[in-house]
Design a protein around this ligand. Structure first.
Ligand SMILES: Nc1nc2c(ncn2[C@@H]2O[C@H](COP(=O)(O)OP(=O)(O)OP(=O)(O)O)[C@@H](O)[C@H]2O)c(=O)[nH]1
Ligand SMILES: C=C(OP(=O)(O)O)C(=O)O
Length: 212
């Protein structure tokens, strides 16, 4: 098995503002608990990935930060009012000179093996940035950079096309749990079918998004 060598940067918005499209997805569950659970399951899976040496969570949210620290992540504050791509750049700058990946914090079904496969694939071939599109194909869940190359994140609307236009190459593995980001209630149901991590699963028991 390879030695761990990847640093993974995971940005997470403040819980009061995060995942607004998901608000109300689990009746009776406070929205902030759901947003926290998505991020916690993401960080937990990244920490469990055998090729990941370092997890850097970029957030101004004290609760997510505390949970992530308990899970073994380093926590960095956001740059003031700078937004998502600045958070990725900030984390990548702090990660050092090695292999770096940026990953969104809304992957509650993420399996460490899917992430490890994608990171292995990113190490193959030319030393360029790579990205993994989300399940619908428009967004991005993972962006990687080899040593000596800037991350240059273009997350946001239609980010898969933006990453391709910026010279990043797509990674084409199936990796269902990696591509399953959760923006809406329907996404949460799809993630539940794949198998949720423990934080999110604990909230969905006997509720609308539970597998059934
Ligand atoms: N640190 C940090 N993370 C961010 C910021 N904006 C978005 N994120 C995170 O980036 C990831 C992908 O963003 P989105 O899927 O658009 O999440 P979101 O903005 O919380 O969701 P919506 O409100 O529904 O658009 C999520 O993990 C967010 O928490 C930011 O300004 N700073
Ligand atoms: C920020 C992104 O997430 P989403 O499209 O899921 O909001 C992205 O895909 O670049």
């Amino acid at each position: 098995m390879s030695q761990p060598r990847w640093a993974v940067v995971v940005p997470a918005k403040r819980l009061t503002a995060a995942k607004s499209r998901l608000r109300g997805a689990l009746p009776g569950v406070p929205h902030e608990e759901l947003a926290l659970a998505l991020a916690a399951d993401t960080v937990r899976a990244v920490r469990a990935c055998p090729v990941v040496a370092d997890v850097l969570l970029v957030t101004d949210d004290a609760r997510i930060g505390a949970v992530a620290r308990d899970l073994g992540a380093r926590v960095l504050p956001d740059l003031p009012a700078a937004g998502l791509n600045a958070a990725f750049r900030h984390g990548a700058d702090a990660a050092g000179a090695g292999w770096v990946a940026g990953l969104t914090a809304d992957l509650p079904a993420l399996r460490p093996a899917d992430l490890a496969d994608a990171l292995h694939a990113a190490e193959e071939g030319p030393a360029v940035r790579r990205y993994v599109a989300d399940a619908p194909g428009d967004g991005t869940v993972l962006l990687t950079r080899p040593p000596g190359v800037a991350l240059r994140p273009h997350f946001g609307a239609r980010s898969a096309a933006a990453h391709a236009a910026s010279g990043a190459l797509p990674l084409t593995g199936v990796w269902p749990s990696l591509r399953r980001d959760v923006d809406t209630a329907a996404d949460l149901t799809a993630a539940a079918r794949l198998g949720l991590g423990p934080y999110t699963a604990a909230l969905t028991v006997d509720r609308a998004a539970a597998p059934g």
